[in-house]
Write a protein that binds this ligand. Structure first.
Ligand code: ATP
Length: 365
């Protein structure tokens, strides 16, 4: 029997509620499998760790994660610590340290979810956003000088390398090729950003020749927001820079009904390092500690983790259980207009995973 070593990093806020919930559903799915199990190790890094140690994670933290098969992450954010400290001190340290250069964000309207777009059926909105996750606008290149003086200057230099752009575009074309519609939209802002974004366009054309069966088009990021709202069915796989895809994927999550549902994978496609799976929402301090957090974004992230580990049957079973639960309005949390708690949703998913009927549904799907 294969044992996967999983690091869990709940982090801050509702991360401390949804990651244990995610671990519970993974344990429930492993309990019904003769083929694999999990060995979890939890790391208490984040805002509380920072208050005690002055850093979000220890200097040798990456070494503690290096031999794991995957990482399940919650969120990093604390109202008393500047956002750039929480982000750069933990999540980005892991993403960049392990070169998780492909950030993958599927968006679908799950059964029972009331999405805000009129005239949009679940068939019209089935996207995967691929976000460049290692450089670009979030490369961390820049600085400040003359601080506090009228001549103060600050720069954030967006840095795009040919190697970085080629690998993310190749990944996106390959992903588009693996999906039924074989459709890719390459998003840039190459009218205004006339250096790096023009290079993206050139590289996209070059890489497209390797994938003659993929239909692809280009869109400027501002026009892309309107297209997502007005013509969602014209999109399938989408690739964009670190900043652009960050914004577009929050829009995508909102259009699909709630930030609380949306999952992410931070992948090292070459598998040199562990990949990291997390809900896209943040720490949501307004609801933390109340048991109100929607754990579905974490469960869907666990589905992505199972797929990444090669446990496709288990991934299908977990996704089927999630969809059965979202279809039942009495199991909707507050973000979806319901009254259910994190524990009730988690119990319901675990109960379905324990029932043979769910297995049959997933196999039929
Ligand atoms: P951060 O600064 O860490 O990004 P944030 O609180 O600014 O966190 P999010 O946590 O991403 O931003 O979400 C914004 C709001 O959406 C939250 O305040 C919360 O009300 C709601 N929300 C987000 N995730 C969930 C969830 N899983 N369940 C229920 N509500 C959620």
């Amino acid at each position: 029997m294969k044992t996967y070593r999983i690091a869990t990093i709940p982090g801050d806020g509702i991360g401390k509620e949804v990651v244990p919930a995610g671990q519970r559903v993974l344990e429930a799915i492993a309990a019904r499998s003769d083929a694999f199990g999990f060995e979890f190790e939890s790391f208490d890094w984040g805002g509380d760790y920072y208050r005690e140690h002055g850093v979000m994670m220890p200097a040798d933290g990456l070494d503690a994660l290096r031999d794991k098969d995957a990482i399940l992450f919650g969120s990093a954010g604390d109202p008393h610590i500047p956002d750039h400290v929480t982000l750069w001190g933990l999540r980005l340290k892991i993403c960049q340290g392990f070169d998780q250069y492909a950030n993958v964000r599927p968006t679908r309207i799950l059964p029972g979810i009331d999405a805000p777009l009129k005239r949009c059926t679940p068939q019209d909105l089935d996207w995967v956003i691929v976000r460049e996750n290692s450089e670009g606008e979030y490369a961390g290149v820049g600085g400040r000088a003359h601080q506090g003086h009228p001549i103060e200057v600050a720069t954030d230099v967006s840095m795009m390398t040919r190697a970085g752009v080629e690998r993310i575009l190749r990944f996106a074309f390959r992903l588009a090729q693996s999906r039924p519609r074989k459709l890719l939209t390459v998003i840039t802002k190459s009218n205004a950003q006339r250096h790096a974004m023009v290079m993206w366009d050139e590289i996209a054309l070059q890489i497209s020749k390797e994938f003659p069966d993929v239909h692809w088009d280009k869109e400027l990021v501002d026009a892309a927001t309107a297209r997502m709202v007005n013509r969602p069915a014209t999109l399938d796989t989408i690739v964009a820079t670190n900043l652009h895809a960050d914004i577009l994927s929050d829009l995508a999550a909102a259009l699909a009904g709630s930030l609380g549902i949306a999952p992410t994978a931070n992948l090292d496609p070459e598998r040199r390092y562990p990949s990291m799976f997390e809900p896209i929402h943040g720490s949501a301090f307004d609801i933390m500690g109340k048991g109100l957090a929607n754990p579905v974004g974490t469960f869907w992230s666990a589905v992505m983790m199972l797929d990444h580990l090669g446990e496709h049957d288990a991934a299908r079973r977990l996704m089927a259980a999630i969809e059965r639960v979202t279809a039942d309005a009495s199991l909707h949390t507050g973000d979806l207009g319901g009254n259910a708690t994190t524990v009730q949703v988690t119990d319901a998913v675990c109960a379905l995973l324990a029932s043979p009927a769910n297995v049959a549904t997933a196999q039929a799907a």
